[in-house]
Design a protein around this ligand. Structure first.
Ligand SMILES: C[S@@+](CC[C@H](N)C(=O)[O-])C[C@H]1O[C@@H](n2cnc3c(N)ncnc32)[C@H](O)[C@@H]1O
Length: 203
């Protein structure tokens, strides 16, 4: 791991993910979480203040540096919580045990998104749900071309983040159905801000 990835990137992500447009979406989406909750790629724990009525939170994150931020955020929890150093592609937890999985702006950085979504499907209880928000492929050809051009440099400086992940296609390929989905650009450069958010269930 480079010095940039260890010392600079975690601080950069913590700062960037506090953008007001993202905070607004967090405040709208996360309160739908209920019961036993697993958060995937928790980052610096910016969703924590938005959980309102859950019985337990298990948060998974591969970066030790970001986990340290998340642990700080979960100091005075209103619910039992546990942080795990792990990746979405290999979730070290039992099958059929979570009512809600939360994943926000993480699928872009996961190396194998289909394996990650299959693992998520495995750990959700029958009738459970995934609350998601992701940026991804734009519907506009001109912007898609830019996403393709910028991707190689962007992914190197942004922790492996891919600008043009096909979010709907990936969820559907893994066997999810959308209970709700909203799409559209957020504030900021269009190549990085086409956003997908909603709730997915097992089809
Ligand atoms: C842009 S940040 C988003 C963080 C957080 N979810 C949020 O909403 O602020 C992307 C996160 O994905 C995590 N990540 C990258 N690869 C992952 C993987 N294979 N499994 C789980 N998380 C991963 C990164 O460490 C980082 O915390």
């Amino acid at each position: 791991m480079s010095l940039y990835q260890k010392y600079i990137l975690p601080k950069l992500l913590n700062w960037a993910m506090k953008a007001p447009a993202l905070s607004k979406l967090r405040s709208e989406l996360i309160p739908f979480a209920e019961g036993r909750v697993l958060e995937i790629g928790v980052g610096s724990g910016l969703n924590f203040p938005h959980y309102s009525d859950i019985s337990q939170l298990i948060a998974l994150e591969p970066s030790e540096e970001l986990l340290a931020f998340a642990e700080e955020m979960s100091r005075e929890p209103e619910f039992p919580s546990e942080m795990l150093k792990a990746s979405a592609e290999d979730i070290p937890l039992e099958s059929n045990t979570f009512d809600t999985v939360v994943m926000t702006w993480t699928l872009c950085s996961v190396a194998d998104p289909i394996s990650a979504l299959s693992e998520i499907k495995r750990v959700i209880k029958p009738g459970g749900k995934v609350i998601f928000a992701e940026h991804g492929q734009s519907p506009d050809q001109n912007i898609r071309n830019w996403q393709k051009r910028i991707n190689p440099v962007w992914s190197r400086v942004a922790g492996g983040c891919q600008l043009n992940r096909e979010i709907e296609f990936l969820y559907e390929s893994a066997g999810f159905k959308f209970k709700s989905i909203e799409k559209g650009y957020l504030e900021g450069p269009k190549f990085a801000t086409y956003n997908y958010r909603g709730i997915a269930t097992i089809g």
